[in-house]
Design a protein around this ligand. Structure first.
Ligand code: ACO
Length: 357
């Protein structure tokens, strides 16, 4: 028994394949590199959902846009209840207010709603009023406009679009597994998405990119990259943006995001520092964790890309959720179609009642 269920196959899927040895991610028969930066998020979602998620006759992009607009009307009355909540907590609150029987509680509606929830949560945490969605706009450009409060530059919107496609699905990661467990109980789409969001928010999963920027800031302040990293490892702490349960080599998403960051232009001081940190961290991890094969993961360049498009670090995980929601919903649909409740067993290690006494 492995407490982290390492190497356990817990689902069969047509959605995506993570090859940890080769550092390859295949989504519905396409390498990630053929999708991210090549097709828009809505097109990638259509590809992912094809014949798996019921979307009705209307074009998916239209339905996602309508979902953003309907969600805004639904979430706006909650704006007085967000005081003191981090963006990811506000997002959780927004989604929890969707009734299972509401028109929004469809896969396309919820995919739109996660975009609006992420943007509104980011605005609320900054003390700014929410921005009304434009249902006719692309998902990435509209999320960025709603979150930042201004019309984004086309290259920034393209970079965010490439990011949302990059994270759209990734095998049976912790949040996707949570979505499948909840979907298997027939609790419905909304509950599956909320369960996944709660799993995503932890720093060992989707909560890492904000701390990556904190780490880069602390390193910049220290003035000595190698000494700072060595001291973290010496203290038993993990380097944020490095390591992965499945990849034994570079996470392919890191390079896709690095390329998107380059296309965005403006080699900032932070990007230059990040490249030095990456190189020093890989050397140190190879020395100190020899045999473990730790490399850079998706979160390292996520942090730099989302920062470069103008999003605040506390909003990185909500934006991640807006992209990954397409994968969660597709996995929930697959799990529901299988009709099988997920219910593993545990091994009892406690005492038994003493019947002889
Ligand atoms: N920094 C330092 N050491 C690490 C790191 C790291 N980033 N990652 C793993 N290790 C070490 C562990 O301490 C452990 O060492 P030990 O055997 O001496 O105790 C060894 O490598 C094996 O680690 P595991 O815990 O088995 O790795 P696991 O597969 O459970 O962890 C995880 C994967 C959670 C991603 C881990 O690498 C980590 O914590 N990384 C930092 C946080 C992070 O970047 N999270 C985002 C992941 S990507 C995503 O979910 C979207």
């Amino acid at each position: 028994m492995k407490s982290g269920m390492d190497d356990v196959i817990a689902a069969e899927t047509l959605l995506s394949h993570v090859d940890g040895e080769a550092g390859r991610l295949v989504i519905r028969g396409h390498d990630l590199e053929a999708l991210a930066g090549q097709v828009g998020f809505e097109q990638a979602a259509r590809l992912l959902w094809d014949d798996i998620v019921e979307t009705g006759d209307t074009d998916l992009a239209t339905r996602i846009g309508q979902g953003r607009a309907v969600a805004y009307a639904h979430f706006a009355p909650l704006s007085g209840r967000l005081e003191g909540l981090a963006p990811i907590e506000a997002m959780r609150l927004f989604l929890s207010a969707i009734a299972d029987e509401s028109a929004l509680a469809t896969p396309a509606g919820l995919l739109g709603a996660t975009g609006t929830a992420a943007a509104m949560a980011i605005r609320a945490a900054a003390g700014e009023p929410a921005i009304v969605p434009d249902p006719a706009a692309g998902h990435a450009v509209d999320i960025l406009r709603m979150a930042a409060g201004t019309q984004p530059a086309p290259e920034a919107a393209r970079a965010l679009d490439a990011y949302l496609v990059t994270v759209i699905d990734h095998g049976l990661n912790a949040s996707t597994f949570a979505a499948r467990v909840v979907a298997s109980t027939r609790a419905g789409w909304v509950s599956a998405v909320i369960a996944a969001l709660c799993a995503l928010k932890g720093p060992l999963h989707g909560g890492a990119p904000g701390p990556v920027l904190d780490m880069l800031d602390a390193i910049a302040e220290s003035g000595d990259i190698r000494a700072w990293l060595a001291s973290e490892l010496q203290s038993g702490r993990r380097l944020m943006g490095f390591g992965h349960r499945i990849y034994r080599t570079r996470d392919p998403r890191a390079d896709v995001l690095k390329a998107a960051l380059r296309r965005l232009g403006g080699a900032t001081a932070r990007v230059a520092l990040a490249e030095q940190v990456e190189s020093a961290a890989l050397d140190l991890l190879a020395e100190r964790k020899a045999g473990r094969r730790l490399d850079v993961n998706v979160e390292f360049y996520t942090a730099l890309l989302l920062d470069a498009v103008g999003l605040p670090r506390a909003g990185f995980t909500p934006i991640f959720a807006a992209g990954r929601a397409a994968g969660w919903l597709a996995h929930a649909a697959e799990q529901q179609a299988s009709g099988r409740l997920i219910r593993p067993r545990s091994r009892y290690l406690g005492p038994m009642p003493d019947h002889a006494a």
